[in-house]
Write a protein of this length. Structure first.
Length: 156
């Protein structure tokens, strides 16, 4: 079951009573977004997106935040982003850069592997469908040759 989202625009009203909110958010209005999950858990978010923003965009923004938090957690747990013990700003930047490069490489590998898996499922399904619908052999032998050469599998 998908979470239920509800959103409404709120304004600062009397600026003296809500001075902290007026200082943090640019503009006069902000979105207050409520999320109720299937487990019954309720969460609330405050966003300063334009007033014309639809609910679907607000929900996508919340989900994008979750994706960023997951990526940061993976950087810390899997690649050691939080293991830096140096004393220089330059060293911290180099360490962060190297962990992000490693993360990008691993994410590329994960997505490529997932893409191959989906592609193999699609081609096997379409091959089975083609096998059952057509009983004719190809008339020309070059019609069966692939236009793109198949790369050998890398040993990793």
């Amino acid at each position: 079951m998908c979470p239920l989202y509800i959103a409404g625009l709120i304004g600062p009203g009397d600026r003296k009573s809500v001075q902290p909110m007026a200082e943090r958010l640019p503009g006069d209005e902000a979105w207050l977004i409520g999320e109720q999950r299937a487990s019954g858990e309720k969460k609330y978010y405050l966003a300063n997106l334009p007033a014309a923003t639809d609910l679907r965009t607000l929900a996508a923004t919340i989900k994008a935040r979750w994706i960023c938090e997951q990526a940061h957690q993976q950087l810390k747990e899997e690649l050691g982003l939080d293991h830096f013990e140096g004393r220089s700003w330059q060293g911290l930047h180099r360490h962060a850069l190297m962990t992000m490069i490693a993360y990008a490489f691993l994410q590329h590998r994960r997505l490529a592997h997932a893409g191959r898996k989906k592609k193999n499922q699609r081609t096997s399904a379409s091959a089975n469908h083609a096998r059952h619908t057509s009983r004719h052999r190809r008339s020309h032998p070059s019609a069966a040759v692939s236009a793109v050469p198949i790369l050998p599998k890398a040993n990793s």
